[in-house]
Design a binder for this molecule. Structure first.
Ligand SMILES: Nc1ncnc2c1ncn2[C@@H]1O[C@H](COP(=O)(O)OP(=O)(O)OP(=O)(O)O)[C@@H](O)[C@H]1O
Length: 306
């Protein structure tokens, strides 16, 4: 997937602007951003539902609007509604017919099984909960065994078990060679599953990189010790480490590398301190707040397009 200055500007002047993305091999790519940032707009443009105002996009080596591409991508929209008089099986069957699939019964059963609603296959949609509908939408989006699948907030209606199920499906898709483009504002979810992340704010990509690259500069670690005293501060100051917060027994530090954690633990223990806990704070959340708050983030050699 490649985009070159891809822009969709609504008459309201909102949208997404100058998007430059490049995904070379099957990965899980996360697009993260607050409400109204432009995530759905970008995905709708890539799947051909919106016409770009300017710029280019290529999927699987072809222009994104090439008709051949449509049969190779999957799309789970953020807000969708299937006719409520149909059963889950009928919805799947309808999409199989649209895709001109033959002998689809087993495929339908296997996908409904995968998303955990096989026992509801003959139930009408009007009796489905939001989460069950979302699971059905996910099954529909996988029907054509897509090479790229766009999932717009796939877990917004799901309970924690449902979220884990979707995470496992995403990982399985990637392992089968499918590129997964995941829109989300759930940081922990993106952190667990994505190989690469872009953060979008006000329509612009403000940071992009692997989770490791993005979080390198925002590593916060809290140590819970038997005591925090001047000797401990001295050890830390000799290492040029920033102290973010402390109490009589806790110490929050800003570290530049994960490797600093075992080094510090060893040094604290050698100096006679007891360590009860070492907690890394949700790192991507720190980056997210930093970028969204300040509108700018430096990610080493990665592109910053703000
Ligand atoms: N059809 C439209 N016409 C005009 N403006 C629109 C239209 N659709 C979306 N917008 C505006 O474009 C901006 C981006 O919206 P978009 O739906 O892409 O955001 P999002 O990141 O997907 O948000 P959310 O997380 O809330 O779903 C918002 O300011 C929104 O109000």
């Amino acid at each position: 997937m490649k985009t070159e200055n891809l822009t969709k500007e609504y008459s309201s002047k909102n949208g997404c602007f100058n998007i430059n993305l490049e995904i070379e091999k099957p990965i899980v790519f996360g697009l993260l951003g607050p409400n109204g940032a432009g995530k759905s707009t970008l995905v709708k443009t890539l799947v051909g539902l919106l016409r770009p105002t300017r710029g280019k996009a290529f999927l699987l080596g072809k222009p994104f609007d090439d008709i051949v591409i449509k049969s190779k991508i999957g799309y789970l929209p953020e807000n969708f509604k299937y006719p409520d008089w149909m059963t889950a099986y009928e919805v799947m069957e309808f999409h199989c017919q649209l895709l001109k699939m033959k002998n689809y019964k087993n495929e339908i059963y296997s996908l409904l099984e995968k998303v955990g609603i096989i026992e509801h296959k003959d139930k009408k949609i009007r009796l489905f909960s939001k989460g069950m509908q979302q699971r059905l939408g996910l099954a529909v989006s996988m029907l054509n065994r897509p090479e790229i699948i766009f999932l717009d907030e796939p877990t917004s209606a799901l309970d924690p078990i449902g979220r884990i199920d979707v995470r496992n499906i995403i990982i399985e898709l990637k392992n089968q060679g499918t590129t997964v483009f995941l829109n989300s504002h759930l940081l922990s979810e993106v952190e667990k599953v994505c190989d690469k992340v872009a953060i979008i704010n006000n329509g612009y990509i403000v940071a992009m990189g692997t989770i490791d690259e993005l979080t390198r500069k925002a590593l916060k670690v809290t140590f819970v010790l038997d005591k925090v005293d001047s000797k401990l501060f001295e050890i830390i100051s000799l290492k040029n480490i920033n102290i973010l917060n402390h109490s009589q027994t806790t110490l929050e530090l800003e570290l530049s590398s994960h490797e600093d954690v075992p080094i510090l633990v060893e040094e604290f223990v050698r100096s006679g301190y007891k360590i009860y806990e070492v907690k890394k704070s949700q790192e991507l959340e720190n980056v997210f707040l930093q970028v969204i708050g300040e509108g700018y983030f430096d990610v080493g050699n990665n592109k910053i397009l703000f």
